[in-house]
Design a binder for this molecule. Structure first.
Ligand code: FAD
Length: 344
């Protein structure tokens, strides 16, 4: 098996770095003991409105916090040891399917021929344009910003702090550090003029965020920033490329479930690929079976995530929701269940 990665491990990525415990049985089945990385164990949730109205709830399933810098590098090394050939600094620039074979054109000028391609290239790349994917032509209004910070904050808690047109998450990762990451709109950023202005003028209206900006030690000179984050529905097979993770559909970050879904889609696909390689499926049967399993596992979760996200960001509505759900712990639990899967 061969993996092409356009960057070099380790590297930072915009992500809240909270992973649902639903991935643990899968990782264990691969011989991966996440405890080796000494992640933070997280089982409490705090939600605040832009004025600082707060509700808290236990997390039934819980999760763990580990930086992508550490986790992705660790998983890449595990894959190498298991025999995967990883080409770093190698982007797939173009792919073509012809006579039951793929021909990949790589950024190092070389070509690679193969029977199967799994597209696990994240939320948006040049390959989406080539595959004529509909979401690619539509501009998305979202911007994501991430820092690592040192801050006096409980290690078992993940907090989601709302502000006008966005929300920020904070939770512990390894080495006494915290991931502080937020999603907002380009319009918010444009109106403020700069990230710094937006943080002081808009985010800091929430007293919990104000305290973070005032008291935390920020560990990067500059934050990691991404844009063009589309939550639009996508398909999980395009021109015979089998898509996994964000390439098949990105759940809104407030659900904290994107990495678990990415791993789960990989597991589901692998189960079908084993049958294809054993000759039990033709290519079209493989594509149909994967599409069906993907839809069954994730379509509802993505839809609920979009609905929940649409309720946040609007200050009055968020205020109302926090005040209402404060007295409805069963409702909070139900929403969390709808945006998460079960251990797999
Ligand atoms: C603001 C924000 C906060 C989030 N917070 C959380 C959270 O707390 N918990 C959670 O579970 N999820 C969170 N997510 C979602 C999570 O980051 C993604 O769902 C997850 O990273 C998806 O994994 P993936 O492997 O599909 O894609 P990625 O992690 O994006 O990996 C894709 C890889 O492909 C490489 N690549 C891209 N194009 C090419 C190419 N042409 N050739 C070769 N390599 C290529 C990239 O360099 C990258 O390393 C968040 C997302 C956002 C935007």
């Amino acid at each position: 098996m061969v993996l092409f990665e356009k960057k070099s491990f380790p590297f930072h990525k915009v992500c809240g770095e909270y992973i649902s415990n639903e991935v643990l049985p899968f990782l264990e089945s691969l011989g991966i003991d996440i405890a080796e990385l000494q992640p933070a164990r997280i089982n409490q949730f705090l939600l605040t409105s832009p004025t600082g109205n707060a509700l808290s709830a236990p997390l039934d399933l819980g999760g763990f916090g580990i930086s992508r810098y550490t986790l992705d590098n660790y998983l890449a090394n595990k894959a190498k040891k298991a025999g995967v050939k990883i080409y770093e600094q190698t982007a797939v620039q173009h792919l073509q399917f012809n006579q039951d074979k793929f021909l990949l054109q790589l950024s190092n000028g070389q070509h690679y021929e193969t029977d199967l391609v799994i597209g696990s290239y994240g939320k948006r790349t040049n390959l989406d344009r080539q595959l004529n994917r509909r979401f690619f032509t539509k501009s998305s209004p979202y911007v994501g910003v991430k820092y690592h910070i040192k801050y006096n904050f409980p290690k078992d808690l993940i907090a989601l702090h709302n502000f006008k047109d966005g929300y920020a998450g904070i939770s512990a990762i390894e080495e006494d550090k915290y991931c502080f990451c937020y999603l907002t709109t380009r319009a918010n950023l444009k109106a403020a003029g700069s990230i710094k202005n937006m943080e002081t003028q808009i985010l800091a209206q929430n007293p919990y965020l104000k305290a973070i900006f005032k008291e935390a030690q920020f560990l990067y000179l500059q934050p990691e920033v991404i844009n063009e984050i589309s939550f639009a529905p996508k398909s999980c097979v395009e021109n015979h490329v089998l898509l996994c993770g964000d390439a098949a559909g990105l759940i809104t970050p407030l659900c904290g479930n994107g990495m678990a879904m990415a791993m789960h889609s990989g597991k589901i696909l692998t189960d079908h690929l084993i049958k294809f390689v054993a000759g039990e499926y033709s290519r079209s049967q493989l594509e149909l079976a994967y599409t069906k399993s993907w839809e069954q596992s994730f379509a509802t979760r993505l839809w609920v995530g979009r609905m929940v996200q649409s309720m946040f960001g609007r200050p009055m509505l968020t205020e109302l929701l926090v005040s209402t759900f404060k007295h409805l712990p069963a409702g909070v639990r139900l929403l969390m269940q709808q945006t998460h899967g079960r251990p797999f």
